[in-house]
Structures are given as C-alpha cells and as structure tokens.
Design a protein around this ligand. Structure first.
Ligand SMILES: NC(=O)c1ccc[n+]([C@@H]2O[C@H](COP(=O)([O-])OP(=O)(O)OC[C@H]3O[C@@H](n4cnc5c(N)ncnc54)[C@H](OP(=O)(O)O)[C@@H]3O)[C@@H](O)[C@H]2O)c1
Length: 266
C-alpha cells in the first residue's frame, strides 16, 4: 500500500481531524505509511498519543497531537496557532459524529454544536490552509461528507444538512482551487465499518449492502484525491445504489433504519 499519493505534492505534513477512531485513524495510518508526517486532532488525547507512538515506531514519521473540541471556536483558533509555520500540504477534514433522534426533541444547543463541528470547523480549517497551499501551487484537501446527505435524512435532518453544506462547499472549491494546482475531493462516505454504525443504531444485517472496510474506503478516497476527482463515493456497490435508488426511496429506507435502531415510531 506504499506511495498511494505523492508526498512532494501533498506533504510533508498532513492534518487529520477525527484521528482517534474510524476513518480519520485509517487516513493517518495510510498517510504515515506513505511517509507523511501527521498532525492528529480529536478530543480523546490518549488515543491520539497511542496512535502517534505507533506511527512513529512503525513508519519513522513525526506526529503532533492536538486535543481539540472542534465545536469550540477557541479550540479551532488554538489548532491554527499551534500549527503556524508548519508546511501542511494535506488537510483531511473528517471529524464528526451523528446524533439520531426526532428533531422536535433536540436541544437548540446540541443542534448548533453539530453545525459548529460539521460545518464551521471544516470551513475554518479549509479557509486557513487553502491560501497557503495556493501560494505553494500544490497541496490537497479531503472534506468528509456522507452519502444521502444532499437529499435529506429523517431523524438526522440537521446532521444531514451539515453534510449537504460540505458537499456544495467542496464541489465549488474544487473548481476554484484546481486553477492553482491544489486538489480537493469530497468524500461522500458510504456506510463504513467504524464505531459510528453502532452509534447510529444500524443493524449491519439489515443494511442494503455490507458496510465497507475503513481500509478500502480510505484507499479509494486517497486515489480520488490523487486524480483530483471532485467527489468519491467509496465502494462500487454503493455507487450503483446511489445512481439507481431514487432520493425519496433512499430517505424512507434510511429513515426507517434510523427509526428502528433508535426506538422511534414510524
Ligand atoms: N462510517 C460511516 O458509515 C460514515 C457514513 C457517513 C459519514 N461518515 C462521516 O465520517 C466521519 C468520520 O466518522 P467515522 O465513521 O470514522 O466515526 P468515528 O469512528 O466515530 O470517528 C469520529 C471521529 O471524529 C472525532 N470527533 C467527533 N466529534 C468531535 C468534536 N466535536 N471535536 C473533535 N473531534 C471530534 C472523534 O474523536 P473524539 O471522540 O476523540 O473527539 C473521532 O475521531 C464523520 O464526519 C462521519 O459523519 C461516516
């Protein structure tokens, strides 16, 4: 799995948010295997430290751990301050979670926290790093979004809305940045085996197709970035499902799965 993407274009440092688990952890691992130094960001600092040590020992790269709560504006500013002057050629803006349930039962504060983590943090980090990449005429960004987000999702309506924003932001920026040699790919994440699947209450046996491995999802996405594709839905089967299943049916199917998994009557 060596040399998936070119360190001279996308390195030497990669910043990975949500690196303590799931997709972010695997992005960090595949990038370190390719010789990238990695900045690991999330809330669970101990997991980040463990991962950093593993990557340093296994691949001989440098790792910088930053604990940050990305719904918090001050923590994002601190990330920017602590990485000032580092040559970050790649941003994997991935951190996020899901908060299933009925919209009418949600606290306003929690809805806004979701927007802060899943919109504002992505926006601030890409706005901080992309001008530096443009100056160097190289670099890349992966914005992690979700399949189905753009056409609405019952019982995760606000969550899906934030990912819909990321899709649109990313597709627009892709065109702007490519004029300067900077790549940007939106990862329209298909169901992937990470702790989030259980957290959302999904039963793997009742899903339309088995969730992908993190290794496959990340590898396909890094290859899409290398080829500067504007977006990627990892997994051929999920690309077919996305093309064939009408939006209204997808809303009902995933809405029903969320309702069943979270004790909601529908
Ligand atoms: N797996 C899927 O099927 C799937 C499908 C669609 C979209 N996605 C998207 O893929 C991304 C990664 O999710 P995953 O599947 O890898 O889930 P995961 O294993 O639960 O990982 C989520 C990561 O985000 C970090 N995070 C969450 N909220 C944060 C916050 N407020 N501040 C800082 N870090 C935060 C978590 O770290 P800490 O808890 O340590 O902070 C963790 O490292 C998410 O944006 C998710 O919406 C995943």
């Amino acid at each position: 799995m060596k040399n998936l993407i070119d360190k001279s274009h996308f390195g030497p440092w990669a910043m990975v948010t949500g690196a303590s688990s799931g997709l972010g952890k695997e992005f960090a691992r595949q990038l370190a295997a390719d010789g990238f130094h990695v900045i690991l960001i999330a809330r669970r600092e101990k997991l980040l430290q463990q991962l950093g040590q593993e990557l340093q020992q296994e691949f001989g790269v440098s790792c910088k751990v930053l604990r940050a709560v990305l719904s918090n504006a001050r923590d994002i500013d601190e990330v920017i301050r602590q990485t000032n002057g580092m040559e970050i050629g790649l941003l994997i803006s991935n951190a996020g979670t899901g908060d299933p349930g009925e919209f009418i039962d949600k606290k306003t504060e929690d809805l806004i926290n979701m927007i802060n983590t899943s919109v504002i943090a992505h926006l601030k980090l890409v706005h901080y790093l992309s001008p530096l990449m443009v100056n160097r005429r190289k670099g890349g960004v992966i914005l992690v979004s979700a399949m189905g987000a753009s056409h609405g999702l019952p019982f995760m309506a606000n969550d899906a809305g934030t990912r819909g924003y990321i899709n649109s932001l990313g597709l627009g920026l892709h065109e702007e940045l490519k004029r300067y040699g900077v790549h940007l790919t939106v990862m329209i994440t298909s169901p992937t085996k990470t702790p989030i699947v259980k957290h959302l209450g999904f039963d793997e046996d009742k899903m339309p197709a088995p969730p992908l491995s993190v290794q496959k999802a990340v590898k396909e996405t890094l290859m899409a970035l290398r080829n500067n594709k504007s977006s990627i839905i990892p997994g051929r089967l999920y690309r077919i499902i996305n093309a064939m299943v009408p939006d209204s049916l997808s809303r009902k199917m995933f809405g029903k799965m969320l309702a069943q998994g979270n004790g909601i009557e529908w």
